[in-house]
Design a protein around this ligand. Structure first.
Ligand code: AMP
Length: 536
């Protein structure tokens, strides 16, 4: 049959065959909501009906500023399912960026969690297209008295028709959702996803060599639904009928461990920073993770020390993944092949450290600066290019320049790819260090630094140097109560990397500046410390 690949089909399937499979959601204002996929679908349809009554029509953009919770999930399905575009906004952005992005996207309605009420109140008058502001709560007289312009989510749901059905005029190439990149320079750029790209991405995400979701799993996505659609997990989990646990605002180690263990979570996904907090909590409390079997780690490089800790102390398998907003986001995931099964344990451990290989639907290549494709031999290092079913062709509204180069999307990362397709990120092209004409990977140096027992966080930047042009500078946040010696830290690199890779100096700091998605802001560090070697 010739049927369109539509996002509504996912929640329809989940409701029909996994109707009582639970979605457990931590509410922003306390307490837990529990219901099944059938309830989620019914409320998504009512929401879609209420938005139609408000005059919304394809392809109007509907903004969200929200945590991972059941109402946000209903928005994913209710908005996209009815032909509107679900535009998830990152609340950690500077208010000026939120204003820029919402005006650029021309969001007509904004749904937001109570946490973000101060932000919404501050930016509201500068939003040119947004006519409705919906607080994702039941109606609340106190809030109404102070903010008369606010509508309430539960009122909208109550207003929706029970017999509403998904529109039958949607095409799989219609837009379904929108995310802006968290670039550190220039204006954020919009990436518009289609029903088709989202569905193909979700179907592939669930397969065994990617995230390996099944109806036996219980998924807790720590990665926020405002960070590239929580890496597509809110589509991939209902598609196979996994139970879902939505952690709401509590992303600290203790809250997460409590949820993992009480809800018997089997699989999770998140950025290394979150896992560092969770591992620190486990270390301090002595708790374990008896139900968690694996977790997807990506967004920035996962240090091998973290992979080892998860495996050795908690029996949790790390699936190291690489992706980008422009790729919906999955580009590669580290899973073994049949031929690796008999390999010595130490070789397997080494192999599992890199960013993995692309699933069907994504092709990766490394290219030199003149656009010549380099061999997949694990040695040739070049600019990582990508193409595939869920890679963008242009930025939203065309603002942000042409992202493609001879049919490929240059990712801005520098990598090697081996003959089996396993890709290793060496750096961002703008972060990599070129010292006396030789490349030095800051990622490798950071991974080693955080395996030092006294170091909590580390960043390596390129610092200007009179003789070598650039030399690595190691910036370190020591663990609480530790005062490591700089010379001893640098000695730690002996024998682990080539001599010329060893940083010239160590700079101690209290914290490392991070952007809205938890990535280190190396340009800010370069502004602060880029000249310290010259001064010396
Ligand atoms: P974003 O679009 O905000 O998700 O950022 C995408 C960028 O994050 C990529 O181009 C990489 O530089 C970085 N990134 C994502 N995953 C990884 C990973 N596993 N290892 C290293 N860098 C990563």
């Amino acid at each position: 049959m010739d049927r369109e690949l539509l996002i509504s089909a996912i929640i329809d399937h989940a409701a029909l065959y996994h109707g009582d499979t639970e979605i457990v959601s931590v509410n922003t204002s306390g307490g837990i909501n529990r219901y099944g996929y059938a309830d989620c679908r019914a409320r998504s349809l009512k929401l879609a009906s209420a938005l139609k009554k408000k005059g919304m029509q394809k392809p109007d953009r509907i903004g969200t500023l929200a945590w991972n919770n059941h109402r946000h999930l209903e928005l994913y399905y209710g908005v996209s399912g009815s032909g509107l575009v679900c535009h998830t906004l990152n609340p950690r952005l500077h208010p000026d960026q939120v204003i820029y992005i919402m005006n650029h996207a021309e969001d007509r309605v904004l749904f937001f969690d109570k946490t973000f009420l101060p932000l919404v109140a501050a930016v509201k008058d500068q939003l040119k297209s947004t006519g409705s502001f919906v607080l994702m709560e039941a109606s609340d007289e106190e809030v109404s008295a102070e903010y008369p312009w606010i509508e309430f989510y539960e009122d909208l749901i109550a207003d929706g028709d029970d017999d509403y059905t998904w529109p039958d005029d949607l095409n799989e190439r219609d837009a379904s959702s929108l995310c802006y990149t968290s670039g550190t320079t220039g204006n954020p750029k919009g990436v518009l996803y289609s029903h088709r790209s989202t569905l193909i991405h979700a179907m592939m995400s669930a397969t065994p060599d990617v995230m390996n979701f099944s109806a036996q799993d219980c998924l807790l996505p720590v990665v926020p639904m405002f960070h590239v659609n929580a890496w597509g997990t809110p589509y991939a989990a209902p598609l196979v009928g996994s139970k879902m646990v939505m952690p709401g605002p509590g992303l600290d180690g203790k809250s997460l461990v409590d949820l993992f263990n009480s809800e018997k979570v089997t699989i999770s996904a998140g950025v290394p920073t979150i896992w560092a907090g969770l591992l620190a909590h486990l270390e301090a409390s002595g708790e374990k993770l008896p139900h968690l079997t694996r977790t997807v780690v990506g967004g920035s490089a996962c240090p091998p020390a973290m992979i080892n800790k998860f495996r050795d102390l908690y029996d949790v398998e790390v699936l190291h993944a690489w992706g980008m907003t422009e790729l919906s986001p999955l580009g590669s995931v580290n899973n073994l092949k049949n031929k690796h099964l008999g390999m010595p344990e130490s070789d397997i451990i080494k192999l599992r450290e890199n960013q993995g290989r692309p699933p069907f639907g994504i092709e990766l290549g490394v290219f030199d600066d003149d656009d010549n494709q380099l061999p997949n031999d694990g040695v040739a290092q070049g600019n990582l290019y990508c193409r595939g079913y869920w890679v963008l062709t242009e930025y939203f509204s065309g603002d942000g320049g042409d992202p493609l180069h001879s049919g490929w999307f240059p990712t801005g990362d520098v990598s090697t790819i081996d003959a089996d397709g396993y890709m290793t990120i060496r750096d961002r092209s703008k972060d990599i260090i070129k010292s006396g004409g030789e490349w030095i990977s800051t990622v490798d140096l950071e991974n080693l630094a955080v395996s030092h027992p006294d170091i909590a966080e580390a960043a390596v930047i390129s610092a200007r140097h009179e003789k070598w042009d650039e030399r690595p500078l190691l910036i370190v946040v020591p663990k609480a109560g530790k005062t490591p010696d700089p010379a001893e830290i640098l000695k730690f690199y002996d024998g682990k990397v080539a001599k010329f890779w060893i940083p010239d100096a160590v700079q101690f700091v209290e914290s490392i500046p991070k952007g809205a998605t938890g990535k280190m802001l190396k340009n800010a560090l370069r502004d602060l410390y880029g000249d310290v070697l010259l001064a010396k």
